[in-house]
Design a protein around this ligand. Structure first.
Ligand code: SAH
Length: 324
């Protein structure tokens, strides 16, 4: 999977060198390229923002610089061969190694996935995207899916993470200030998939942390990234048995710690009872912490035991509770 990230703070992304995502990048499962938006400015101050039309406080990110950046990245991805088109990309890592203390400054395009040889230097100003209408055909595989983090977007969920994990190429556009001029999303939305996504009902100072959150959630779903392929299936929110459920409490050795005992059933070795206990705890926790999620559980997926437990908790699944 190829990920392009555009930001005025590329150094925010050094955590992507660490842990599961770092390893996935080393192995070539993930090809992450971080780009400095200001590299596509043309003025000496490298201006990326301007005052909002209609007045009001704050600044808005200018469309021209975003257009040039996105066009160049798309052209580069196509020149390198669409990630969708063929074999996995073993691309060069983003420029600059945090280990050596140098920030990830990413010259706009740092290396062709095809050859792995870094192309350094000035932004690619050549052939912009062809502008062919987005039809979802072969052309679609030669374009990235664009993700724009914004508090006004659709909520980013585990389901969306799963969907994005199946894409060959994602381009994240990190806003700052009051966000990006809306015409940028309209322009690219006409020829490729553009999603405005929010990571929660609060306002951050910029899209960088939101993109880190999304990349981590997506990256751990890629084949071979998690040590145990089953871990993602049991996770909270995981499509399947865990949809609309939170995972219950977990324990490890020793069996007694500061007088607190591990629930006996977990030591029993009885797989059926353990599975039942885990499901009970998941239901209890969801009802307590996320009643709106619990109310959205499909009643069809509840067995007799689930219903009994929910009755004990005086919780009703289905439309009535959602209305209350
Ligand atoms: N004035 C805007 C907020 C701008 S916050 C509004 O009220 O909607 C500046 C930038 O931070 C946004 O462009 C976006 O990229 C990022 N951001 C802030 N909160 C976010 C959230 N909850 N999810 C995703 N991105 C967010």
């Amino acid at each position: 999977m190829r990920l392009d990230i555009v930001s005025i703070f590329p150094e925010y992304f050094s955590p992507l060198d660490v842990s599961l995502i770092g390893k996935a990048r080393e192995r070539g499962t993930l090809d992450v390229r971080v780009h400095q938006l200001r590299d596509w400015t043309h003025d000496v101050h490298k201006t990326v923002d301007d005052t909002p039309y209609g007045g009001g406080p704050g600044m808005v990110m200018k469309p021209e610089v975003w257009g040039e950046a996105i066009d160049a990245i798309i052209a580069d991805g196509r020149a390198a061969g669409s990630p969708a088109a063929d074999s996995p990309i073993t691309g060069s890592p983003i420029t600059g190694s945090p280990a050596t203390g140098s920030p990830i400054t990413g010259s706009p395009i740092t290396g062709s996935p095809a050859t792995g040889s870094p192309i350094t230097g000035s932004p690619i100003t050549g052939s912009p995207a062809t502008g062919s209408p987005f039809a979802g055909g072969p052309e679609a595989s030669a374009t990235p899916r664009i993700i724009v983090p914004t508090p006004s977007g659709r909520p980013f969920t585990q389901e969306i993470a799963q969907e994005l994990a199946a894409e060959p190429w994602l381009l994240f556009a990190c806003g700052r200030y009051e966000g990006i001029d809306s015409r940028v999303m309209r322009e690219y939305g006409a020829r490729m998939r553009v999603d405005e996504l929010s990571i929660g009902d609060y306002v951050l100072a910029g899209g960088e942390v939101a993109v880190l959150v999304m990349v981590e959630a997506i990256g751990r779903l890629l084949p071979g990234v998690l040590g145990n392929v089953h871990s993602a299936v049991d996770d909270s929110f995981a499509p399947g048995a865990m949809r609309n459920l939170l995972e219950g409490p977990v324990y490890t050795k020793p069996p007694v710690w500061r007088g607190h005992e591990v629930p006996e059933v977990l030591l029993s070795g009885h797989h059926g009872k353990i599975a039942r206990w885990r499901r009970d705890e998941a239901l209890r926790r969801t009802v307590a912490n996320r009643p709106e999620l619990a109310a959205a559980i499909d009643p069809e997926t509840l067995d007799k035991h689930d219903r009994k437990l929910l009755d004990e908790l005086a919780f009703r699944v289905g439309p009535e509770d959602m209305a209350n």
